[in-house]
Design a protein around this ligand. Structure first.
Ligand code: VG1
Ligand code: CO
Length: 544
């Protein structure tokens, strides 16, 4: 066996963000860049000798090359076995499922999720721990600090592994097992949902659906589960073939980037149900006929209807949402008499709550929903959850959401993103906003009076760890909120995210366009944070 020790120098920019290390592909292609980071992961883990890891990615450009490099570094570091997805493909939720099912030490996910792919696009790498979830901050901090000191990495000199053939092969002393990317995940889904009932519903001829996999990782999963297993008509899954550049698209399942699906669901003779997912399969957008379900509402609807689904029929221990996510789920939790936890943005903060069984369902406004079945958000799971509810209730998506609003009131919600802002200006905006907080309290803006403003800080109820500066909140006396934070997943400049929310209990007022309903708050956001003058932009680049 030929293990080489390669001397290297640290890179200073390997700090993981909201979800792993994300950079342009060209950054990852720099000599030693990926190797340094992977060795930093291994160096910061207590013991990798003799352990099993899971490895796979969303199929984007550089996925296969990175897998070969990582396998050789793993072999050189004494890892005993790596379970790698067929053709390098494993969605983020499927990776989490496999880690948990086989009790592995952890896994490495190669994805930049919703960021565009291809040679000019982005790449990313993330480490997941043995519970199947994203490494918590103390682990990512340890990896980052190791990356700043690293002076060598170990790598096996060996030919590439054939990722196209299922089964085992040897890489030095390490066994590489190429696994079916879908099988374990499909089995898990079958254990949670009433597949028989969904199958009857989908084959009745009266219900049609369209799922847009956006040429990203969800295609093979959706085809196997929805079309082959549950009998949805062939062609129900569109753009189902994973492509290295996602067909030139932007695999972000929102009304802007998933426009092909939006045109179908809002077009002539639309199907009854539409969904889209992102690059690595952990997000979902749910649409009805001519109807958009906000992710925050989706979480609330799933929570309110959970007992209709076999895997959740005994009820929920609690729910959790990220801080900028609307408070719709809080109202359901209150009615159910369970706790609703508010965490910082990023799935890693849900892990402890799920492990401690404090929460069963979790969600983020950014089209992410999931449960304790894995430790990641899960796009296809959300689709199946909705289909199970629809099959039981025999109502349209719109009817279900409207009834939900009638019961709980409507949380009007929107997120405005200002992308590609110069980092210094974005930071200055946040700084000035932070500095102005003490004077905001009590201030009147038209009909709105500020009740509080703070910089969100989270104290984990399970391990007591504290995460500060997680977004500036401005809350009003009527329960409305504006939240400001900078994205932690971008790779160029800064993205300012402004989250807007108001609450309307009166069912007679549930028919407004959210931009209209939130118009005053949108103006106040600009007044408070001087968005136009700092960003130089008159409009957000993306509204969801
Ligand atoms: C964004 C979303 C956040 C999500 C994260 C990773 O982060 O806002 O809710 O958890 O992406 O999702 P940020 O820091 O850019 O706002 V994924 O699907 O990219 O792994
Ligand atoms: Co994702």
């Amino acid at each position: 066996m030929n293990i080489q020790t390669i001397s290297t120098q640290p890179f200073t920019d390997q700090k993981p963000g909201t979800s792993g290390l994300r950079k342009q592909v060209t950054a990852f292609q720099k000599p030693h860049y990926l190797e340094n980071f992977v060795q930093s992961i291994f160096d910061s883990l207590e013991e990798v000798q003799g352990q099993t890891l899971v490895l796979g990615g969303d199929g984007r450009y550089y996925n296969r090359q990175a897998i070969q490099i990582i396998l050789k570094i793993a072999a050189a570091n004494g890892v005993k076995r790596v379970k790698v997805g067929h053709q390098g493909i494993l969605s983020t939720p499927a990776t989490s499922c496999v880690i948990r099912k086989y009790h592995t030490l952890g896994g490495i996910v190669l994805s930049a999720s919703h960021n565009p792919g291809g040679p000019e696009g982005d790449f990313g790498i993330k480490y997941n721990i043995s519970n199947g979830g994203p490494a918590p901050e103390k682990v990512t901090e340890a990896i980052y600090s190791r990356s700043k000191q690293i002076d060598r990495y170990l790598i096996l000199e060996a030919p590439d592994v054939d990722l196209d053939r299922l089964g085992e092969s040897q890489l030095g002393d390490m066994t590489v097992e190429v696994i079916d990317s879908v099988a374990d995940y499909a089995q898990l889904m079958e254990s949670l949902f009433d597949f028989e009932r969904i199958q009857q519903f989908l084959t009745s001829g009266e219900f049609h659906l369209c799922v847009d996999a956006m040429h990203a990782v969800t295609g093979p999963y959706a085809q196997a589960i929805l079309e082959q297993r549950l009998g949805a008509a062939a062609g129900s899954v569109i753009n189902g073939q994973p492509l290295e550049d996602f067909g030139g698209g932007h695999p972000d399942p929102n009304l802007v980037y998933a426009h092909e699906l939006v045109e179908i669901l809002f077009g002539e003779n639309p199907p009854d149900f539409g969904a889209a997912s992102d690059g690595d399969g952990d997000r979902n957008m749910i649409l009805g006929r001519n109807f958009f379900v906000t992710p925050s509402d989706s979480l609330a609807v799933l929570a309110a209807n959970a007992k209709l689904v076999p895997g959740y029929k005994s009820g929920l221990s609690g729910v959790a949402r990220s801080m900028p996510t609307s408070q719709a789920a809080d109202r359901v939790a209150a009615q159910l008499g369970i706790e609703c936890y508010e965490t910082p943005t990023g799935w890693k903060f849900f892990g402890n709550l799920l492990d401690a069984d404090k929460a069963t369902l979790c969600g983020e406004e950014s089209f992410g929903t999931g449960s304790n079945h894995v430790r990641e958000k899960d796009g296809l799971w959300a689709v199946l959850f909705w289909l199970n509810i629809l099959a039981v209730r025999q109502q349209s998506v719109e009817e279900i959401v409207r009834e939900h609003w009638q019961t709980y009131g409507r949380n009007y919600y929107s997120r405005h993103d200002y992308e590609g802002v110069e980092s210094d200006r974005a930071n200055a905006l946040m700084e000035e906003l932070r500095a102005s907080m003490p004077t905001l309290s009590g201030k009147q803006f038209g009909a709105y009076q500020v009740e509080y403003s703070d910089d969100f800080s989270y104290s984990d109820p399970v391990d007591g760890s504290i995460s500060q500066n997680q977004g500036i909140r401005v809350g009003f006396t009527d329960g409305s909120r504006i939240v400001f934070r900078l994205s932690g997943t971008g790779t160029q400049g800064a993205t300012l995210r402004v989250y807007l929310e108001s609450y309307e209990p009166d069912a007679a007022k549930h028919n407004y366009d959210p931009q209209e309903a939130l118009a005053d708050l949108i103006k106040i956001a600009d007044q408070v944070a001087q968005i136009r003058s700092y960003t130089g932009m008159a409009q957000p680049t993306i509204i969801t």
